[in-house]
Design a protein around this ligand. Sequence first.
Ligand code: SF4
Length: 319
Amino acid sequence: MRTFAYESAADLDAALRSITREHTKVIGGGTNLVDLMREHIERPETVVDITRLPLDGIDELPGGGLRIGALVRNSHLAAHPLVRSGYPVLAQALLMGASGQLRNMATVGGNLMQRTRCPYFYDTHAACNKREPGAGCDAIGGFSRGHAILGTSDSCVATHPSDMCVALAALDATVEVRSLRGERRIPLTGFHRLPGDTPHLETELAADELITAVELPPLPVAAHSRYRKVRDRASYAFALVSVAAALRVADGRIQEVRLALGGVAPKPWRAAKAERILTGAEADEETFERAARTEVEGTEGFKAELARRTIVATLRELA
Ligand code: SF4
């Protein structure tokens, strides 16, 4: 067993000072970090507990939209009346993630920072560029049924595991982060990185920054939204493919659409190509098919077909 120091931050400034030290990890719900520490993948010298910080509010913004504190538990967020009515895709995505017990512990900030569930990443006897830069990737050419088909590189084909983040990508969410240098805001779609040749660098969050909140813009189309998740078993499983969609149709034409995919890429995948085809087009099966095919064009394997079918089924249901 490796020993580590535990600190409980009394306020935000104390937490921000603590994370400027090397080999320090932040813990909220601990539903991913503790697993990673048990497997000796994360080996922090200090763990800073931030659960005493006042970051657990869900507040309406003056111009509309919601500000969700980084320490809001997944189950609390999924049950919030304004999320259920205004952003049902988010409530559904949360409820399809993990298990009831895990959702009661897992936080919004932790969900954003969770690491891939690639089995080779967790097997310290396997070669993995994400765990050990330059080591190689045993998933490429190995058992890769669950791996990504979009946004991959020769270094890494792992998928991002979050359901919540797929919904947030569709909803144009923004991540608010703080450091001793100040505050900045990062669009959710730009928060996670594609692997390129540095798959160990997973987000735009700097080492001295802490996620403080996620903001949802006022988005009327989001009231008519849906999350569909396809997985190997009915619960407590990661997505093979998931689709977050919001759609507004008038006079048979698509006036507005938001579409994002999970389980197919190293980050929550905003389906921009499909959105361009859908916007302004007739809301019919032919359009949905064309948009779905375009989004997964050039990809192979069962996930490509599964993604196509899941996109079409979700849009059909919403229309
Ligand atoms: Fe590691 Fe990525 Fe390869 Fe999985 S796919 S073994 S996480 S480098």
